[in-house]
Design a protein around this ligand. Sequence first.
Ligand code: ZN
Length: 136
Amino acid sequence: MNHYRQIAPRSKEAGGQLFAQFEGDDTIIVEATPPKWCDRRNRYNFHPSRWLQQQEIRKRYSCGLHFVGDWHTHPEAAPQPSQEDYRNMQDCFNKSIHDLNRFIMIIVGYAEAPEGLHVTLIGQNSVQLMFCENNL
Ligand SMILES: [Zn+2]
């Protein structure tokens, strides 16, 4: 995720999926996938290929990895999710088949972490801010 921070003035939004292993009560994110060739990307938008994402989820699941959420970049230092970000993630949560209480949404700004990270847990009818340096 760090590699895709939109530091250059023309760099495009990027994003991918988060895959985790479950150990007891812990969810351990072990992989953040990079953007794919058929994602639609520009400076202010990132629209992943849903078809390719489904393939990734199936492939990882057979290796014991569970889809737990998405990440994407924003062209701002300390990122704030847009209403569309919340809507998309909630939609993804509601339409997916899973046993999770929440999905994770990570937005990556161009400032280095921790300032440049915004982490939210999104459930069926809930949004829970987990980490945002500016709000601490
Ligand atoms: Zn966004």
